[in-house]
Design a protein around this ligand. Structure first.
Ligand code: 5GP
Length: 205
């Protein structure tokens, strides 16, 4: 194996912050060597969402079977639906040398932080709550009632930003993408990630 093992990055944000767009942009560039973990969910697919690409869309029964089998690194109920991160997929990508993004909610982030203390956590902030409300309404995929509920939840979630390792404000998409990439790159130079390089230099005399 001539590459270092990839690391796990938790990325959380209130819904509507642009987290999914940011994550897909980071993963779209193969030079970044970043992949996103595809979660399982019991929520119905939205227009344009594909099974196996955006989520694995499963029934509640299948989801609970997977919970029973211990297949999830973490799982949580969000807005009345279940979401979970499959353990095997994450391990496989890390072993291939990719940094793996878990695009998950705060409850999931807490579970992963306990299980994987080396995971890096990043919280994405909207420019303001007013702007977030606008974005949610423009998205128009959810009813007014759901939007109001998400906005209320957003405020509580943003209060949790204090417990994350890094915080990036998504005011300008391209700037936020650059800021995020710096976090990934800087982490690759941490001493723990560079152990193989140190050993290689020490052996070569
Ligand atoms: P959405 O239904 O809008 O795609 O996602 C709703 C929320 O669920 C978002 O905050 C998203 O990050 C979170 N989520 C998506 N996948 C997972 C997962 O596997 N685990 C957890 N805990 N949350 C997830």
């Amino acid at each position: 194996m001539n590459h270092n093992k990839g690391n796990v990055f938790i990325i959380s944000a209130a819904s509507g912050t642009g987290k999914t767009t940011l994550v897909s942009r980071l993963c779209a560039n193969p030079d970044n060597r970043i992949r996103v973990s595809v979660s399982h969910t019991t929520r119905a697919p939205r227009a344009g969402e594909t099974d196996g690409e955006h989520y694995y869309f499963v029934s509640k029964e299948t989801f609970m079977d997977l919970v029973g089998q211990g297949a999830f690194l973490e799982h949580a109920e969000v807005f009345g639906n279940y979401y979970g991160t499959g353990m095997a997929g994450v391990e496989d990508l890390c072993n291939q040398g990719f940094d793996v993004i878990l695009e998950i909610d705060i409850q999931g982030a807490e579970q992963v932080r306990r299980l994987l203390p080396d995971a890096v956590s990043v919280f994405i902030l909207p420019p303001s709550l007013a702007e977030l409300g606008e974005r949610l309404r423009r998205r128009d995929t959810d009813s007014a009632e759901v939007v109001a509920h998400r906005l209320l939840k957003a405020e509580q979630e943003i209060q949790q930003a204090f417990i994350f390792d890094f915080v990036v404000e998504n005011k300008d998409l391209e700037q936020a993408e650059r800021d995020l990439l710096h976090i990934f790159k800087a982490h690759r130079f941490s001493q723990k990630q560079q152990r193989k390089t140190i050993e290689k230099v020490l052996q070569n005399h």
